[in-house]
Structures are given as structure tokens and as C-alpha cells.
Design a protein around this ligand. Structure first.
Ligand SMILES: [Zn+2]
Ligand SMILES: [Zn+2]
Length: 157
């Protein structure tokens, strides 16, 4: 499958096996804040609570791996758009929009996440986000899930 963090319209979209899966399996590690952010989005999408927990800085965690698991399972994530990312030697930021469906309505989470490099590992600390808002999608628009299909042929069918 195409990795959940990728834009499926992109002709060079990577497969899950070549993108976030090796990170989820701990075969490799994120080498940039954006890569870590993408792998965390994919982990939310696939409900991998332990990975979400482990990749957040211990001083900023809010709950157990099980809490993260439940939060991920209760949300239908369906699209990621990375707007901008910045990386310095020991810190970084990623500005992104993530889409999810709750009670048949589309929501957009727009966040600027902060990351630090500690003992050679990139970790998410916290983020500044806009209030989650419900978005209206018209049937003729491209679906926010990045399938490349019009919404009426995809999530609004
Ligand atoms: Zn990925
Ligand atoms: Zn869709």
C-alpha cells in the first residue's frame, strides 16, 4: 500500500514498506523532524499507540501507550498535508494539516509541531495548533485524503 503519510496523487509516492514501516518496526530511525512527523501521522492512521508514545519526549507525554492507542483508534485519520518544515542542529518544526472524520464531518487539524534531537533521536515535544475546525468539502473537489479522486468518488460517495 501507499504510505498513509504520502500524497497518493504523487507519481513517486512511496510504499509503506519503503517509507514509515521501517520506522514503525524500529529497523530504522527518523533522520529529520519531517520524517518523524510523517511517521507519527502514519502511526495515528494505523493506531500504533506504542510508537506514538515512544516518539514523544518523556517530559511532554500525556498518558500511557494505551491512552495513545485508544485516541488513535477512535479517530479516522484520512489525509496529511505538510506545508513547511524547518530543521536546525538540535530542533525543528513542521507545519502541517491533518484531516480526520468524526461523526460524518470532516475536520482539519492545523498544527506547528516542535521537535528536538536528543541523544541522536528526534522526538516530538509539543505543538501549537489552531482550533480544530469542521471543513466543508464539495462533491466536486479533490478528496482531502489525497486519493487524487473527486470527493464524490471517494469519501463522499
Ligand atoms: Zn510514510
Ligand atoms: Zn477520500
Amino acid at each position: 500500500m501507499i504510505c498513509p503519510c504520502q500524497n497518493k496523487q504523487n507519481p513517486v509516492a512511496k510504499l509503506y514498506a519503503d517509507c514509515c514501516e521501517p520506522l514503525h518496526l524500529r529497523v530504522s530511525e527518523a533522520i529529520s523532524p519531517e520524517q518523524l512527523m510523517r511517521s507519527r501521522y502514519s502511526a495515528f492512521f494505523l493506531a500504533l499507540g506504542q510508537y506514538i508514545f515512544d516518539t514523544q519526549h518523556p517530559d511532554f507525554r500525556n498518558g500511557t501507550p494505551n491512552d495513545y492507542q485508544q485516541s488513535a483508534e477512535s479517530t479516522e485519520w484520512c489525509g496529511l498535508e505538510v506545508l513547511e518544515s524547518e530543521q536546525e542542529s538540535y530542533s525543528g518544526k513542521v507545519n502541517f494539516k491533518a484531516y480526520f472524520i468524526d461523526k460524518d464531518k470532516w475536520h482539519c487539524l492545523h498544527e506547528i509541531s516542535n521537535f528536538v534531537l536528543e541523544n541522536g533521536h528526534w522526538l516530538y515535544t509539543d505543538g501549537v495548533y489552531q482550533p480544530r475546525k469542521v471543513i466543508k468539502i464539495s462533491r466536486n473537489e479533490l478528496c482531502p485524503c489525497n486519493s487524487g479522486l473527486k470527493a464524490k468518488k471517494c469519501h463522499l460517495s
